[in-house]
Design a binder for this molecule. Structure first.
Ligand code: PEP
Length: 252
């Protein structure tokens, strides 16, 4: 059975001190979370060290929001997957739409990052999603399958990946995909995962939905058969809004 994964993407928010305060306040409140529930915090790179100090052995995971695809070299300002591994980082986002749009990250680079993360024994969470104009011109499935295939091209089949479907038009906009739109995209991605790695791989790979998930809409989205969790930006910044998402029941 796939876990139901609730992941926070803090983006460029929270100092190390704020991260520690948040996590120390949060942990006691999720000790009675639903079974088979995985919680992950994708924190700014500068918060990773204190985050692992607080979350180590807590049952709650953490990860980086980005990395380079080389292990070392003249890449000023970048983060090495090897160093993430040395810091005991279990997860890393790859190909978030803000990386693709603002930092010009290409499909090819996402594939290299997934490969480098697997070489470093870190589980990538690959983000895919269409823009509004791509959706309106009927290209959603082509775009997300292209991004998925490119991202997973050089993965290590013996290691795990997670996928986040994040329609770009729903991120940080307050517009949320309808549960049916989300499920349809997830069905497309699940089928593509079968093509990529076979039925066993597809069955075990969680596909999260991201895009303006909030306590008010989470239950309806979680009810969709192919939705295995949430990737949450804005609503993950406060315990009051993130906690109910972590407690959302998966009812099918
Ligand atoms: C995100 O950045 O991954 C995201 C889903 O943001 P928000 O929840 O704010 O739309």
């Amino acid at each position: 059975m796939r876990p139901f994964v609730v992941a926070a993407n803090w983006k460029m928010h929270k100092s190390p001190r704020e991260a520690v305060d948040f996590l120390k306040g949060f942990l006691p409140k999720v000790s009675d979370r639903p079974k088979n529930r995985e919680i992950i915090f994708f924190v700014p790179a500068v918060d990773l060290w204190v985050t692992q100090e607080v979350l180590r052995n807590s049952g709650v995971g953490w990860g980086a929001q980005n990395c380079h695809f080389e292990m070392k070299g003249a890449f000023t300002g970048e983060t090495s997957p090897q160093v993430l591994a040395e810091m005991a980082t279990p997860f890393c986002l790859v190909g978030h739409s803000e990386r693709r749009a603002l930092f010009h990250e290409t499909d090819e680079e996402t594939g290299k990052k997934v490969k480098a993360l697997h070489q470093s024994r870190i589980t990538p969470m690959l983000c895919v999603g269409e823009t509004l104009s791509e959706r309106e011109s009927g290209k959603t499935n082509d775009v997300i399958v292209r991004q998925l295939k490119a991202g997973l091209r050089d993965r290590d089949p013996s290691q795990k990946v997670m996928i986040a479907y994040e329609p770009v038009w729903a991120i940080g906009t307050g517009k949320v995909a309808t549960p049916e739109q989300a499920n349809e995209a997830h069905v497309t991605l699940r089928k593509a995962l079968i093509d990529i790695g076979g039925p066993e791989f597809a069955t075990h790979t969680p596909i999260l939905y991201g895009g303006s998930v909030k306590p008010e809409n989470s239950a309806e989205i979680a009810r969709q058969k192919e939705v295995d969790g949430f990737l949450v930006g804005g609503a993950s910044l406060e315990i009051a809004s993130f906690l109910p998402l972590c407690q959302t029941r998966k009812e099918t």
